[in-house]
Write a protein that binds this ligand. Structure first.
Ligand code: GDP
Length: 441
């Protein structure tokens, strides 16, 4: 491990940890695959293959044969390894944004992406789920969930509406449940690297919770693989029943979901004066604490402090666009700096949380599967070795009978040594010792 990798693994760059973990797991699977190939080469060697019988009538047990069961078992393991390797290359970290229409979900996502990726102020016209992901192309594009063709980004608003209309026309589709994928360059034309997209974060913007009560189908279609949920609420009002209801359903369906609450539009509190703002803030904090800790049981009293933030996504987005030279002026109210510090703290905690959650829920499962595969390979080897032992004993008895039997016996013994070498390679510790202590703490 390089020092840089260790620094990352220690939390210096939480988002990069996911990529590192994925790479280490990829190496582990590649290594297991070489053991499978090695063992397969031994099993498929004509001398040991069940298809080619080199035994004679006089010496029926002269050839060590690997049974069909063991050979098939090994081929099945090889197929599983191939599928898992393909699957985890597609694994990503996923965050889903919820809240009422116009609370600032799109603005918050744009602020986190340092770019105006999603149209803001669409109001009730955001009728489908918008999934933002990184692409390596220089130009971004859209993809509907029913057509493979790449569509121009400029059509985002109209395609978003069209998908919503399709869905409403089809009650069986279950409401506003369609997805429009928005592919955005990981590195923009001016060389700015988008950290979230660069590190395999996928961001989902939902239609407002006030628009559709189809929460269960939403959760099934978009949330089961989510690592983090962000509720964007309006700090000028209290949480609505729809917002609460949605998270009640989420916490019933998913075990201990990671939920952050952003009290957005906190810039509005600037005109109320500090005392009033502090009082309003305390009230919100108390209610949200009761909601997350006592009602949903998704975090403890200690953890909840890191889950609630008072921010202004509009100020944050405009400040970042100005810093990148994309606009001249930025909207800022009194106490902007405090809100900016709070937004940046949210981003840090969010990054640690999403990376840890994705490693545990997604990659840990692949690590467990790797250990299972290695154990099955050892069982497979053991069964063959046991059978070889029996056959070897028989042959030693027959050894004196003829010179040709002697030659076969020698070859069998060599085969047996080869198998022992294969078996030694299939070592569970090799898999566990690298992935578990580094990434699963
Ligand atoms: P969404 O429907 O939840 O995605 O909300 P949008 O992000 O589209 O925001 C709706 C409107 O609220 C837009 O005009 C935004 O500029 C505005 N807005 C979003 N966040 C803030 C904020 O923090 N402060 C203020 N003053 N306006 C905001």
């Amino acid at each position: 491990y390089s020092l840089k990798t260790q620094r990352r693994a220690n939390g210096a760059e939480p988002l990069a940890r996911f990529g590192e973990a994925k790479k280490v797991l990829g190496d582990i699977y590649a290594e297991i695959n070489t053991y499978v190939d090695e063992l397969n080469g031994f099993y498929e060697d004509p001398f040991h293959s069940a298809n080619i019988d080199l035994s004679t009538e006089a010496n029926p047990s002269a050839v060590v044969k690997v049974s069909d069961e063991q050979r098939k078992g090994l081929l099945d393991l090889s197929a599983s390894i191939r599928i898992i390797r393909e699957t985890f290359q597609r694994d990503h970290m996923k965050v889903v944004f919820f809240g009422r229409t116009s609370n600032g979900k799109s603005t918050t996502i744009n602020a986190m992406l340092h770019d105006k990726v999603l149209p803001q102020g669409m109001g009730h016209t955001t009728c489908c789920f918008l999934q933002v992901e990184g692409c390596s192309e220089a130009e971004g594009y859209l993809q509907r969930d029913d057509i493979e063709e790449k569509l121009p980004l400029s059509e985002l608003r109209s395609y978003g509406n069209a998908l919503g209309d399709d869905d409403r026309a089809l009650p069986s589709a279950g409401g506003y449940n369609r997805t429009l994928r928005v592919f955005h360059p990981r590195t923009s034309s001016d060389g700015h690297v988008n950290r979230l997209l660069q590190n395999d974060v996928v961001i989902v913007d939902s239609p407002g919770v006030d628009v559709s009560p189809e929460f269960d189908s939403w959760i099934d279609a978009h949330c089961l693989d989510a690592d983090v949920f962000v509720l964007v609420s309006n700090s000028e009002s209290t949480l609505t029943n729809a917002e609460k209801q949605f998270f009640h359903r989420v916490s019933q369906r998913l075990s201990k979901p990671n939920i952050f609450v952003l009290n957005n539009r906190w810039d509005a509190s600037a005109s109320d004066g500090q005392d009033t703002a502090n009082m309003v803030r305390k009230q919100h904090e108390q209610r949200l604490k009761e909601f997350l800790v006592d009602e949903l049981h998704v975090c403890t009293e200690r953890e909840v402090k890191e889950r609630i933030y008072f921010v202004s996504s509009r100020e944050m987005l405009e400040a970042r666009l100005k810093e990148l030279g994309k606009q001249e002026r930025a909207f800022q109210q009194e106490y902007y700096k405090e809100r900016r510090v709070e937004f940046e703290k949210f981003e840090r905690v969010f990054e640690q949380c999403i990376s840890r959650s994705a490693i545990h829920t997604k990659l840990e499962a692949h690590n467990r599967r790797a250990i299972e595969i290695v154990n099955k390979m050892r069982e497979n080897c053991d069964a063959v070795q046991l059978a070889m032992g029996d056959q070897k004993r028989d042959r030693l008895l027959a050894m004196e009978e003829s010179a040709s039997t002697f030659t076969r016996c020698r070859e069998n013994l060599a085969g047996s040594n080869k198998l022992v070498a294969c078996r030694r390679n299939v070592c569970v510790r090799k898999c566990m010792s690298r992935f578990r202590p580094t990434f699963l703490r």
